[in-house]
Design a binder for this molecule. Structure first.
Ligand code: PRP
Ligand code: URA
Length: 210
């Protein structure tokens, strides 16, 4: 199953993205704008979730409505993925949250896992991975493997603010089944595997250098 990429073209996303790219944007505003992008991307990314029809009694009469058929599992990749978590929980208050901590080795750019706090079984569950940055694709590929190892439905839904072509190609080469929703497919990676033009280090810009 190929990797599917949807670049969500929306004026409010474009305006918020411009603000988070700006190197003078302070951390507080960066977090607010990132959350706004998350809300808008998640609305698009969840548009095909299945619903079931239910009966509802209004103050006037009975009618029918729709609710989610099953609750998804939202998986932020620590740290930067936390920037989309409020947005995801506001939209899907009944979702389960699983945590994956992965940091990139600064020399090799290889992903190093340090937290795996996921439901024991993900069989039949729709998983939504949230992480603002898809650079080499190493962190996302590892996160998706952890989910499919536990039986998660494929494709895994992925929400990121920026994606690099090299990362998408790497996911395809690794056979990762993912449906990616992003605000921008940027130009390339630089020699430090940072996204160009990018926005810098998404973790540091939210939480400070670590
Ligand atoms: C960033 C980002 C992604 C990863 C992307 O995390 O949040 O998880 O890099 O890079 P990749 O596609 O090359 O794997 P980082 O390792 O900087 O950790 P942090 O979120 O704790 O800052
Ligand atoms: N991680 C980031 O936070 N930024 C990049 O540009 C690449 C990886």
């Amino acid at each position: 199953m190929p990797v599917q990429v949807t670049v969500v073209d929306h004026p409010l996303i474009a305006a918020a993205l411009t603000r988070i790219r700006d190197e003078t944007t302070p951390n507080t505003l960066f977090r607010q704008e990132l959350e706004r992008i998350g809300t808008l991307l998640l609305a698009e990314a969840t548009a095909s979730l299945e619903t079931v029809v239910v009966s509802v009694k209004t103050p006037v009469t009975y009618t029918v409505g729709r609710v989610l058929k099953t609750q998804p599992v939202i998986v932020p990749i620590l740290r930067a993925g936390l920037g989309f978590l409020n947005a995801a929980q506001n939209l899907m208050p009944g979702a389960d949250i699983g945590f994956v901590g992965i940091s990139r080795d600064e020399e090799t750019f290889e992903p190093k896992p340090y937290v795996n706090k996921l439901p024991e079984s993900l069989t039949g569950r729709t998983c939504i991975v949230i992480d603002p940055m898809l650079a080499t694709g190493g962190s996302l590929a590892l996160a998706c493997s952890l989910l499919t190892d536990r039986g998660a439905n494929t494709p895994i839904i992925v929400v990121c603010a920026l994606a690099a072509p090299e990362g998408i190609a790497a996911l395809e080469a690794a056979g990762i089944a993912a449906e990616i929703f992003t605000a921008s497919l940027d130009e390339r990676l630089n020699e430090n595997a940072y996204i160009v033009p990018g926005l810098g280090d998404a973790g540091d810009r939210q939480f400070g250098a670590a």
